[in-house]
Design a protein around this ligand. Structure first.
Ligand SMILES: Nc1ncnc2c1ncn2[C@@H]1O[C@H](COP(=O)(O)OP(=O)(O)O)[C@@H](O)[C@H]1O
Ligand SMILES: [Mg+2]
Length: 268
């Protein structure tokens, strides 16, 4: 009889250790007094290295809860989570912070930049919590800003940047520790459509050129179709998990974007 080919078809090892993310029967229950909120109700999932995955689902379906666990910000109530082969549930607080800083970058809907600080300093920020050599900070931050096409704005403060530019600073910040994984929770939720495509283009480039795995939560089907796989949540369960047959190509779409929808420059 043929053995299950799930892990073997691509030449990977049979135990599934090649998966960057492996989640088994994950539950998360929030306790608030006598009230128990079952945010995740038995989620099993594998995400291979180098994937680009979109997560969809109604508000309250458990998407952010999953992202917090995958990003090692929180631990499951029960079930297993392996990140890069490490059993995350078995880690203590310091170890959790360590694996998070080394392997994961975060991008949020509202950018979460420090207002009174330059783009460069915002990007350097995660390095303050690492044991890296301080003399390299500026160079590394400039490199990350260059990767998102924003090097020339390094000394601008967030208020001097458009929403799309602020989100690019946030992506640069997520890149600063060379993560294997970027988790983006509604990264285009506060942006207009062309700017959203630009942001998805940056994620596509980081995914294809640097091999960084990307997981994006979005409400918008259009945005989800820049990924290679769409996972849909409902009431703490996965109800759909499908490959995207023909992912959209942001770079190509931007090259053909109609002239009249130009991005507005912010008032300095
Ligand atoms: N820190 C928390 N404490 C209590 N309940 C929470 C907490 N975070 C999320 N929830 C609840 O868990 C459920 C899933 O929330 P969430 O993961 O934020 O969903 P989504 O991101 O899909 O909107 C919701 O019912 C929400 O109210
Ligand atoms: Mg959410």
């Amino acid at each position: 009889m043929a053995s299950p080919s799930k892990f073997r078809s691509n030449g990977a090892d049979p135990a599934g250790e090649s998966a960057l993310i492996r989640i088994e029967h994950l539950h998360k229950t929030y306790h608030m007094g006598d009230n128990h909120v079952h945010a995740l109700r038995g989620v099993s999932l594998e995400i291979a290295r180098g994937s680009f995955v979109a997560i969809m689902g109604a508000s309250g379906s458990g998407k952010s809860t999953l992202m917090n666990i995958v990003g090692c910000l929180d631990k499951p109530s029960s079930g297993k989570y392996y990140l890069d082969g490490v059993d995350v549930g078995a880690l203590d607080r310091d170890e959790l912070a360590d694996i998070r800083n080394k392997k994961v970058g975060f991008v949020f809907q509202q950018f979460n930049l420090l207002a009174r600080t330059s783009a460069l300093e915002n990007v350097e920020l995660p390095l303050l919590y690492s044991d890296s050599d301080k003399s390299t900070f500026k160079e590394r931050a400039m490199e990350a800003l260059t990767a998102v096409g924003l090097a020339e704005r390094y000394d601008h403060h967030p208020s001097q940047l458009s929403g799309g530019q602020q989100q690019r600073v946030a992506i640069a910040r997520s890149l600063i520790n060379n993560p294997q994984l970027i988790l983006a929770d509604e990264p285009t939720g506060a942006l207009d459509s062309k700017t959203s495509v630009e942001i998805m283009g940056i994620f596509q480039r980081l995914n294809r050129e640097k091999g960084i795995s990307i997981v994006v939560v979005t409400h918008e089907p259009d945005i989800a179709h820049y990924s290679d796989r769409i996972i849909q949540f409902k009431d703490g369960h996965i109800i759909v998990d499908e490959p995207v047959a023909n992912p959209r190509n942001a770079e190509r779409e931007l090259a053909e974007w109609p002239e009249e929808v130009e991005e507005k420059e912010p008032v300095a």
